[in-house]
Design a protein around this ligand. Structure first.
Ligand SMILES: NC(=O)c1ccc[n+]([C@@H]2O[C@H](COP(=O)([O-])OP(=O)(O)OC[C@H]3O[C@@H](n4cnc5c(N)ncnc54)[C@H](OP(=O)(O)O)[C@@H]3O)[C@@H](O)[C@H]2O)c1
Length: 254
């Protein structure tokens, strides 16, 4: 039985890999950065003595997930857990952001995410867990990160629908919705100057620890941190335009 993690080379995915490795779990790790993937695999195999299958792959490339499916089939892999984590953000006014970059975000956060969900289910048995990475951004509109917020709203809605459908098959679907977490995400999204988020940073280790606790209580929507919980409550219950106004302020609108 394996745990498959996408985006295992950095941030939250890497913390899950390290934590599950120290619990002795066999892992399939997916990421683009070959050097990081090799380093992590070596560490887990040598220091934690766990089985690791590293797969270097860009999930947005046509055919990459079909190749993964063929690999799982050929090797008769069974998955006890899948952490559908790989994702990216883009910060800036929608009309100024490059369209190709935004399409790539949709390809990763929505298209590859959905394809992966579909691909792994046949390899999971009763008792398996599919953990889907959304964000507190899933709960409202996100001016200056419009595509990202919308993509995470998709992740949340899609995953809750799937949770209902897969319940009777004994497969648990949970949605992790972190708030600002200190990873490479901010630099990659070009958000270094957005100071509001940094006030409430959590570490990826904190997010991972909290997730396990909530999974053990069979929770479905997991929001780590009291400030994040308050923000989610605000986003859900305020009129949507008020929520958009407040998010715009936190994103540095002048
Ligand atoms: N950090 C936050 O504040 C925060 C808050 C809420 C939700 N999240 C969500 O948490 C998830 C993980 O983000 P993070 O904060 O850990 O960011 P991160 O440190 O930038 O890690 C992103 C991971 O996704 C992988 N990835 C990116 N594009 C890929 C592609 N085309 N194909 C395959 N793998 C790809 C990266 O692999 P390479 O490095 O090998 O390219 C990396 O391992 C994302 O879904 C993000 O939206 C993050």
């Amino acid at each position: 039985m394996y745990t498959l993690i996408t985006g295992a080379t950095s941030g939250i995915g890497r913390s899950f890999a390290l934590s599950l490795g120290s619990k002795g779990k066999s892992l399939i790790l997916i990421g683009r950065n070959e050097k990081e993937l090799k380093k992590l695999t070596h560490f887990l195999q040598v220091k934690r003595k766990v089985e690791v299958i590293p797969i270097q792959m860009d999930l947005t490339q046509t055919d990459s997930i079909s190749k993964l499916e063929r690999f799982l089939e050929k090797n008769k892999i069974q998955l006890e857990m899948v952490i559908n984590n790989a994702g990216k953000g883009l910060y800036g006014p929608f009309k100024e952001l490059d369209l190709e970059d935004q399409e790539n975000l949709i390809d990763l956060n929505i298209k590859a995410f959905t394809k992966l969900s579909k691909t792994v289910i046949p390899f999971m048995d009763k008792g398996g867990t599919l953990l889907q990475l959304a964000s507190i951004a899933a709960f409202g509109p996100g001016p200056y990160m419009a595509t990202y917020y919308a993509s995470k709203a998709y992740v949340l809605s899609f995953s809750l629908a799937l949770e209902r459908e897969l319940k009777k098959e004994g497969i648990k679907v949970a949605v992790l919705c972190p708030g600002p977490t200190r990873t490479a995400f901010f630099e990659r999204a070009k958000m270094e100057k957005v100071s509001f988020a940094k006030l409430f940073y959590q570490t990826s280790e904190e997010v991972v620890r909290y997730t396990y606790k909530q999974l053990s209580k069979n929770k479905t929507v997991i929001v780590p941190g009291i400030v994040n919980k308050m923000m989610v409550a605000g986003l859900r219950y305020l009129p949507l335009q008020v929520a958009a106004f407040l998010v715009a302020l936190t994103q540095g609108e002048k």
